[in-house]
Design a protein around this ligand. Structure first.
Ligand code: PEP
Ligand code: MN
Length: 362
């Protein structure tokens, strides 16, 4: 099992298979004392490889603390020097880049609200052309993977050689435990598109509250993400931004101590797993066969609906189906929410299929 340890960030970027990188620090740099004390407590508590701190903090709504700006950049760099740790800051435009580079930032990060906007991403990419400073690109607020990958590509085209992605969850209107829906599958999609880009998880912005940071961090490690970026403040209750989700350096060190960091095992080297996976493959094939049979029936129903002039979507039918299947699943110990989601997809596809059949015939 690999441990989180103190490591050189360039080495981490340059070599696959390094231990997970730990980035920690406050949401915002608030004063020279706050950042220095947090940095020193972090250094004493846990092996962090990069100290984070926001200095330009346009919040979702105006009127709250919006960061101190260039002066705080200086405090961040001084705190990093005091604990011999490189520092990273969020930049959202060319002026931020200029100031961050002037003050000595070691790594820059692009926030979720910037990744959504190719104008800003391009402006930042132009501002760092030729500098080759490492860049961390957070996912856009909404789950459009093209924007995430597009931002990474803009930096690649500007000559940046060390780029990592940061998964910080996605805005969702659904009621949830989390501040931002994890949407883990989107990081798999990014990996499929860009297999060489390492992905770090930001459990703080996914969780939104202290009590969930450990569990989200463990999921990230289980999914073999290559690092964690955690918001930590020496006195979280008094933090000027994101107070509910920041944790003390001591709590961070407990979480890091609890984390199980799993290694990937080659398929053939674990006979017990290989056998179970073979059984899963058979079941998956059966599921595809069943779906094929279901879609054949859906097709038959489409011709009746067309012949008799019936509407394709019938609400009562859908509600009945979902009610029956979710309670059946519940009785078998399967999550009703999962079955609901699964059938929503099957049903949506069936409706689209019938629509396309009927359109073709008319
Ligand atoms: C942050 O890291 O403090 C931040 C503002 O994050 P995000 O861009 O993910 O909202
Ligand atoms: Mn924050």
């Amino acid at each position: 099992m690999k441990e989180i340890n103190n490591q050189n960030i360039y080495e981490w970027f340059d070599h696959p298979g390094e231990s997970p990188l730990l980035i920690a620090g406050p949401c915002s740099v608030e004063s020279p004392e706050q950042i220095l004390q947090t940095a020193q407590e972090l250094k004493a508590a846990t092996p962090i490889s990069l100290l984070r701190g926001g200095v330009w903090k346009p919040r979702t709504k105006p009127g709250s603390f919006e960061g101190i700006g260039a002066e705080a950049m200086r405090w961040l760099v001084e705190a990093g020097k005091a604990i011999q740790t490189p520092v990273t800051v969020e930049v959202a435009n060319a002026e931020h880049v200029e100031l961050a580079l002037k003050e000595g930032a070691d790594v820059l990060w692009i926030g979720a609200r910037t990744t959504v906007n190719p104008f800003y991403v391009q402006e930042i990419a132009e501002a760092i052309r030729g500098v080759n400073i490492p860049i961390l690109v957070k996912n856009p607020i909404h789950a459009e993977i093209g924007l995430w990958a597009g931002a990474i590509e803009r930096f690649q085209k500007a000559g940046v050689e060390r780029i990592a992605a940061v998964h910080r969850g996605f805005f969702s209107t659904a009621k949830s435990l989390y501040r931002n829906a994890p949407g883990w599958q989107h990081s798999f999609d990014l990996r499929a598109l860009m297999p060489d880009i390492k992905i770090i998880c930001d459990p703080s912005h996914i969780a939104g509250k202290r009590s969930l940071v450990e569990e989200v961090s463990q999921v990230a490690m289980d999914l073999r993400m290559e690092g964690l970026m955690v918001e930590s403040h020496h006195d979280p209750d008094c933090a000027l931004s994101d107070a509910q989700q920041q944790i003390t350096p001591k709590r961070l060190s407990e979480i890091i101590g609890h984390l199980k960091i799993r290694t990937n095992i080659p398929l053939e080297s674990h006979p017990e797993l290989a056998k179970l996976r073979e059984a899963l493959d058979v079941l998956d094939q059966e599921m595809v066969d069943i779906l094929k049979k279901r879609f054949d029936r859906v097709k038959d129903i489409a011709s009746i609906k067309e012949r008799e002039g019936l509407s394709i979507f019938q609400m009562e039918r859908w509600l009945k189906l979902v009610q029956e299947q979710t309670s059946l699943a519940e009785g078998k110990g399967i999550s009703p929410a999962f079955i609901h989601e699964l059938f929503s997809l099957v049903h949506k596809y069936s409706i689209d299929y019938q629509t396309s059949l009927i359109k073709k015939d008319s």
